[in-house]
Design a binder for this molecule. Structure first.
Ligand SMILES: [Zn+2]
Length: 210
């Protein structure tokens, strides 16, 4: 019969082994890794004080851009990807934000910054940030560097070579506009960016409100 101390050691050893094998399993399952990162990212973002709706309300647009940039710093650490510059622009087109890989820049429009609710600003920023990750992963895939999820990276690389821009104007031919718009929206990179932004934003808001 083993003594208590020995049994305790075996217990600890076993718990360590189980933990190691779970970690290994998770590493090989991109979806789980993805969920972990959503959690980690939203944990960090929800600690950015001025995102709390009653503090956000009192901030001007310049401050709000600066606060969104702090989200970028957190995302860039969690996703191990560099953070693009953030600019505020007044745009004629009614898009909320955009990402330009050539300029390596996220633009956020005034539409996303006005109003007392930070939710849309967070969602827009996260959406555009995700586009920068997609470009980075697609490029790594093309150069045969390691990527997080080879299947996704390949899909993004293919999509980005034939990216469909959103249509400009819906007034002349609404039917054509609608068709083009749904082609734009259903591209893999757009679907993924929307999902990413929703996952993070919903989690951040649950935490901010709890
Ligand atoms: Zn997009």
């Amino acid at each position: 019969m083993r003594d208590d101390l020995e049994q305790e050691e075996i217990k600890v050893e076993k718990a360590d082994a189980v933990e190691r094998s779970i970690k290994e399993w998770e590493l090989n399952h991109p979806y789980l890794k993805e969920v972990d990162r959503y959690q980690e990212a939203s944990d960090r973002i929800s600690k950015i004080e001025p995102l709390k709706p009653d503090l956000w309300k009192k901030k001007n647009e310049t401050d709000r851009v600066w606060i969104l940039d702090r989200i970028g710093k957190e995302l860039s650490e969690v996703y191990h990807t560099p953070k693009p510059d953030l600019l505020q622009k007044l745009k004629e087109r009614d898009e909320l934000g955009s990402y330009s890989d050539g300029d390596w820049q996220i633009e956020i429009n005034r539409e996303s910054l006005i109003g007392d609710d930070p939710k849309e600003a967070i969602r827009t920023y996260c959406h555009e940030f995700r586009h920068s990750c997609q470009h980075e992963q697609a490029l790594a895939y093309e150069k045969e560097f390691p990527v997080d999820d080879p299947q996704k990276a390949e899909e993004w690389a293919r999509n980005l070579q034939r990216y469909i821009e959103p249509p400009d104007d819906g007034t002349k031919d609404p039917e054509h506009y609608q068709k083009r718009f749904s082609e734009y929206e259903s591209q893999p990179v757009e679907k993924d960016a929307r999902r990413f932004a929703d996952e993070i934003t919903e989690r951040v808001f649950r935490k901010l409100n709890s």
